[in-house]
Write a protein that binds this ligand. Structure first.
Ligand SMILES: Cc1cc2nc3c(=O)[nH]c(=O)nc-3n(C[C@H](O)[C@H](O)[C@H](O)COP(=O)(O)O)c2cc1C
Length: 316
């Protein structure tokens, strides 16, 4: 690769960082470049006050972006490490001579949150259980037909009943929905009609229609079908609930998502039981988890989507 200035390299790496998942596709990150460092800070204007009061999902999203950035750095022949200090994630980049395995790098552009029912084909036994727990974070993988998965499914149902009856939750969710191309092009963020599989509509009509569909019964119908087609459920947790651990979990989660993507698997989030405190506590108890549940995903095989969630242009 031709010699890049640090700012050119930083822009290149950041273009991969922002392909990370984020709650409601809010992209709650800001980037700064100083010397040989890329500094990532939360963009609190993107906070999800209702669904993510404590900013747990916000910090997990930042951790996902860090993992993408580090994977890209390694691909282009750079070493990187990150520290979290004083509310800032500081990623230091240094030159190295060894080029690393590109499997995870190739998965950055392929990874997406799957929006639909899985094919139902089973994942070969143990294929996703090889990922180790590390540091302050953990993942538990459950095959779809075990007792634990039944508990998770039941908590998803209860979560939908609570969230889909909560006006503030629905208002926030709808505010992140993009109902037509014009709105997508104006924001380059949020949950877009063509990604969710809806036809384009003028915003006021879309809001009205979605408002009618956002109820416990129809959400549970959709989730029941997805849950029934999933091969496995994974619960990610942290030892202590704090910013540092949530970032560490995001790094771990994104590495996991890139790995399963590279293996041809699809996944979707179903985080309701983690987002509602009473359900979160019950889930931890009933699954006998040592860590606090923070993210739930379902894994299976799925078709390649036609449309991808958009990303904002990064301003440095
Ligand atoms: C911490 C976290 C929690 C999420 N929770 C949910 C969820 O409960 N339901 C859902 O459909 N998507 C959830 N998502 C997925 C985002 O909506 C998705 O990442 C975003 O729309 C961007 O799309 P992409 O992942 O395909 O790039 C979550 C993402 C993150 C990082």
């Amino acid at each position: 690769m031709e010699q890049l200035t640090f700012i050119e390299l930083a822009k290149l790496l950041i273009s991969f960082a922002v392909l990370a998942p984020s709650g409601h596709n809010s992209q709650p990150w800001k980037f700064q470049v100083v010397d040989n460092k890329i500094i990532i800070t939360p963009d609190y204007s993107k906070q999800l006050d209702v669904v993510d009061k404590e900013n747990r999902e916000l910090f997990i999203s930042l951790g996902c972006a860090v993992q993408n950035l580090q994977t890209a750095a390694s691909h282009f022949g750079y070493n990187s490490n990150y520290i979290y200090n004083d509310g800032k994630i500081i990623v230091t980049i240094t030159k190295q001579d060894v080029y690393n395995d590109d499997t995870l790098f190739d998965a950055i552009k392929k990874r997406h949150t799957f929006r639909g029912s899985f094919t139902g084909e089973k994942i070969p036994a143990n294929s996703i259980q090889s990922i180790e727990n590390e540091g302050n974070v953990s993942v538990m993988v459950y095959e779809s037909e075990c007792r634990e998965s039944e508990i998770i499914k039941q908590k998803i149902t209860e979560g939908n009943e609570i969230q889909m009856s909560d006006t503030a939750f629905k208002r926030e969710l709808i505010s992140w929905m993009r109902f037509n191309k014009k709105q997508v092009n104006e924001t380059h963020n949020g949950l877009c009609y063509n990604v969710l599989g809806f036809p384009a509509t003028p915003k006021p009509i879309g809001r009205k229609i979605i408002g009618m569909f956002l109820n416990p019964k129809s959400q549970n119908k959709t989730d029941d079908a997805v849950n029934a087609s999933a091969s496995a459920f994974c619960v990610f947790g942290v030892k202590e609930n704090n910013d540092r651990n949530w970032i560490e979990l995001g790094v771990f989660l994104e590495r996991f998502l890139l790995k399963i993507t590279s293996e041809g698997l699809a996944y979707s989030f179903s985080n309701q039981p983690c987002e509602i405190l009473s359900l979160n506590q019950k889930l931890q108890q009933e699954l006998a988890l040592t860590h606090y549940p923070s993210v739930i995903i379902r894994v299976g095989y799925g078709k390649e989507p036609k449309n991808f969630a958009p990303r904002e242009e990064v301003k440095l």
